[in-house]
Each structure stands twice: as C-alpha cells, then as structure tokens.
Design a protein around this ligand. Structure first.
Ligand SMILES: [Ca+2]
Ligand SMILES: [Ca+2]
Ligand SMILES: [Ca+2]
Ligand SMILES: [Ca+2]
Length: 298
C-alpha cells in the first residue's frame, strides 16, 4: 500500500524588537532577522495528517472508451456528489461522467468498502453527465438529486423515495418545470436563497453565448410543490452574466462571508472573475467582483 506523506511547513518567525531610550536619538532599526529555513518534516505513521491511498476500496470505474476525440464541452463531463444519501451515518458517492457507461452510485458499507448500486437505486443513467448535487428538494428530510449534462444531453432531477414503496430514486425531471436550452450545464448547487424553507437550485452553464437581456437559466426558485421557477432575470444574476456575452460560470458556492445574519452571499466561480452576490429576500445583487479589465477578457 502506497502511503503519501504530508509536508509540514514551518512558518518564519518574526520577532519584534523594542528599543529607544528617553532623551536620546532613536537607535537605528535592527537588521532583519535571518530567514528561517523552510523545512519539511515527514509525518509519522498514524499521525493525524497522514493520508493513504485506499487501494482496497472498489472504486474502479472501467469501460471501453470508443471516443477518439472530445470537444471542449465534452471534456467538462464528469463530477462527483458526496452525501449520506441513505442516512446510515456514512458518506456515499454518486459518480458521473462520459456517455460510455452508466453513472455509478457507491453505497458506503461503513467498514471502509463500498458497493456500486446505481442500477438498484434507479440512478444508472447514461449521458454526458456533469455536476451532480444532492439537496432535499421536497423538504421531507431525505436528499434528492440533480444531475446536469453537457453538449445538449438531458439533465435529470431525481426524488429520493428510498423509504417509500419504490425503494429507489424516481426521475421527476418532467414535472419540475426545469427546462434548459443551455447546451452545457456544468455544475450545480442547492441553496435556499429566498429563505422560504425550500432549497433553490443554482446552475452554471459554461461556454453558453448570450445576447443582451438573455436568460441565463442560472437561478431556479423552488416553489415548494415539486416545481421550480426560473428567476435568473429577476434576481439580477442573468444581467451580471450576459455582460460579456459568454457564460463562463462553473462551481457555484455559497457562504456567509460577513456574518450578517439576514444576508447570505454567493460566489460564482467564473474563469476570469469571481463574483460575490448578496441575497436579500427575492433579490440577488452583485456586491463585488474580482475580474480582469474588460480589455483583457477572453
Ligand atoms: Ca450512507
Ligand atoms: Ca427529499
Ligand atoms: Ca423522499
Ligand atoms: Ca427557497
């Protein structure tokens, strides 16, 4: 078993020096302290920083790949969502990618091993899948699933009915109202931006081209009845994205960066910029962005 050892970096210590006597000229500043050499320290077996490659975990995903050339968009296919989907106390994985083999669901047995049960759970779809995300869409306490896709392949929304008679996930895409014209849906995340108790869906559509005023299909408000409404324009997100005619968004994330209790922020990762967006009631407002000058944008 190969063991990857972490490196411990010792930060340089800067020691402040006082000085100066009353009534006399201040002494010259002390010379800078000699640099402390940066060293690496092997981490001992059993140390908390130790990571191991678990070769015993059956995570192999092999299939005959007949694709000889892939477009830039097809290269974006893939992704993993991790969550305790069956609520047994350990994290399971849903693995997406390529159209050569079904997506896989790896159920964590709790003993360090996993079993692939994608077919059993109804999640063994084949498509140019991407950006899976778990979220409790219907608020019944279990995690449902959104799976994106690229190059115009269909996305999917699954309701978790593991505790019901179906004992699997059920594809509810048609009834959700989520209709996408974007060719690429690269990644997704759930977040209750309007704080109505139901998680809303945020999608990123890398490489889609837009005209002014276009709908970017980014924000989907959960109506609480199994359907979603596209609120990309009314929230201001669409206007922020179409400014440069091309949607370069991927990896949407949310965090409360300023500890203001009634506000939340969304950071949309974009190739040449990161936006911080503030959510207030039904409105999303761009607070700040770190980006290249317009002349340097692609
Ligand atoms: Ca589990
Ligand atoms: Ca649910
Ligand atoms: Ca359910
Ligand atoms: Ca909501």
């Amino acid at each position: 078993m190969k063991v990857f050892r972490g490196l411990v970096w010792l930060p340089a210590l800067v020691v402040g020096c006082g000085g100066g006597g009353s009534g006399s000229a201040p002494p010259p500043p002390p010379p800078p302290p000699p640099p402390v050499p940066v060293t690496s320290t092997p981490v001992a077996e059993g140390d908390a920083l130790l990571f191991e490659r678990d070769t015993a975990t059956p995570f192999s995903r092999s299939f005959g790949n007949v694709v000889t050339q892939m477009s830039d968009s097809e290269l974006l296919s893939g992704g993993v969502a991790a969550a305790d989907v069956d609520a047994d106390g350990d994290v399971d994985f849903y693995v997406v990618g390529g159209n050569q083999a079904p997506n896989h669901f790896y159920r964590n047995r709790g003993d360090g091993t996993f079993e692939e049960v994608g077919s059993e759970l109804g999640l063994d779809i084949i498509h140019w899948g991407s950006g899976p995300a778990f979220g409790d869409i219907d608020g019944d306490g279990d995690l449902d699933l959104f799976v994106g896709a690229v190059v115009g392949d269909p996305h999917h929304v699954f309701e978790n009915r593991l505790d019901e008679s179906e004992a699997q996930f059920v594809d509810i895409t048609e009834t959700t109202g989520i209709r996408l014209t974007s060719m690429n849906t690269v990644s997704a995340t759930f977040f209750d931006y309007d704080r109505d108790g139901f998680v809303d869906l945020f999608l990123t559509h890398w490489s889609n081209h837009y005209d002014a005023g276009a709908d970017t299909e980014t924000v989907w408000r959960n109506n609480g009845n199994g359907t979603f409404t596209n609120t990309s324009i009314e929230t201001g997100i669409a206007a922020a994205l179409v400014e440069q005619n091309t949607d370069w968004t991927f990896t949407p994330n949310f965090s409360d960066i300023d500890d203001r209790l009634s506000f939340v922020e969304a950071a949309l990762g974009i190739v040449e910029r990161t936006q911080v967006v503030e959510g207030l009631s039904n409105d999303l407002v761009v607070l700040a962005e770190d980006r290249l000058p317009s002349g340097d944008r692609p």
